[in-house]
Design a protein around this ligand. Structure first.
Ligand SMILES: [Zn+2]
Length: 380
């Protein structure tokens, strides 16, 4: 382990120090353990410090503390346990070093600290606030192994093209920004997203547009479509001197306010001073209070300022995209803007209006829809 000080201190990492754990030499005799994608992504993010101050997958005490009190054992607020399930039949010994692989390639060394049993029902109920199997997080939790293994992680090789917190911090300092807002999304940009991004630009020096693309619901758009549509949107419509764009490959946790807290902590680690929170962040279905995320973040004071915005829509009377906080016109004058609606229209062969989504972005979405449509047909 080498210690190198953080170059940019726009905002200090969560817990005070950016975790950076890298291993250059890996003994050949290390046993290889293949892990599924969502956990491999977490391992990489732990090692590069996106989850600072975590240095590894959580043990039973830490998991219990997060579930029971909403904090790490150190007392620092933390809402989503970061765990590595251990499949039955896979034996590991405490103290042993194993080489984690994903797609047969060794990418991280884990030093096993503890194996323990997980109460999956309790986990699901505490994290997602429901046991409804229709909730994607609950379903995923109940399908996990009931055993988990904890231990520190050192990265041998990156498995994603994401910039690390250090690299993003370096970019921020090159721009010379004093304030940066993290913008969380898991969708291609529509006009309400645009309203939110532009509003943030009024308040801070720069915006980090940082879509989560690692593992999404099957009805979310695929990562390459999100990236391509953002590139076009930024290129054609936003001031380059105020935007940093990068992907965040992690599994999306659809845990509403708890996920929002987790996502805000990550952006603090990437150097953001502010975090933009619109309506129903990281929600799914109608499980969560649409403004619960804003409330939770304001109460916790994580060391990242919250830019809390109302729901944006197109108003026919105002003739523009506005929000419930600056337009009082009747509901029937409002055109609701949501990606669910855009998708529904596309699947029905209806063209979503430009008040909802820019034609430049729509072209990309349509192409993606045609591709998935023809692959469905050809697979029959
Ligand atoms: Zn209006």
């Amino acid at each position: 382990m080498e210690f190198t000080p953080v170059v940019s201190e726009v905002n200090s990492p969560y817990g005070g120090r950016l975790v950076e754990r890298v291993r250059k030499h890996v003994p050949e005799e290390l046993r290889k353990v293949e892990i599924p994608k969502r956990y491999a992504l977490d391992a990489e993010k732990i090692a590069v410090g996106a989850f600072s101050p975590l240095e590894g997958f959580m043990g039973s005490g830490e998991v219990e503390s997060v579930l029971e009190r909403g904090t790490l054992e150190s007392g620092l607020p933390w809402t989503i346990p970061i765990i590595l399930p251990l499949w039955r039949g896979l034996e590991v010994e405490v103290g042993e070093e194993i080489l984690l692989t994903h797609g047969s390639e060794g990418f991280a060394v884990m030093t096993v600290e503890e194996t323990f049993r997980l109460d999956r029902r309790r986990f699901a109920e505490r994290v997602y606030g429901t046991l409804d199997p229709a909730h994607p997080g609950v379903r995923q939790t109940m399908e996990m192994s009931e055993f988990a293994v904890s231990g520190s992680i050192e990265l041998v090789k990156r498995i994603t093209g994401d910039r690390t917190p250090r690299e993003v911090r370096e970019e921020i300092s090159k721009f010379g920004w004093k304030t940066v807002a993290g913008y969380q999304t898991r969708n291609p940009p529509h006009r309400a997203h645009e309203y939110v991004i532009r509003t943030a630009m009024e308040l801070v020096d720069g915006v980090l547009i940082h879509p989560v693309v690692g593992e999404l619901k099957t009805d979310d758009f695929p990562p390459e479509v999100i990236v391509e549509s953002y590139k076009v949107f930024i290129d054609e419509f936003l001031p380059k001197r105020k935007v940093l764009f990068d992907t965040l490959n992690i599994a999306m946790r659809y845990a509403g306010p708890k996920a929002a807290v987790f996502l805000a902590i990550i952006r603090k680690n990437f150097g953001c001073t502010h975090f933009v929170v619109g309506r129903d962040m990281a929600g799914v279905g109608s499980y969560y209070d649409p403004y619960g995320a804003q409330k939770a973040l304001k109460e916790l004071d994580l060391g990242i300022e919250v830019i809390a915005l109302g729901e944006a829509f197109y108003c026919r009377r105002c003739d523009g995209v506005v929000s419930e906080r600056n337009c009082d016109h009747d509901g029937d004058l409002r055109v609701k803007i949501s990606m669910t609606q855009v998708r529904r229209m596309l699947s029905q062969g209806v063209e979503p209006p430009r008040e909802m989504i820019r034609p430049e972005v729509l072209t990309i979405l349509k192409r993606s829809f045609e591709r998935s449509d023809s692959s469905l047909k050809s697979s029959k």
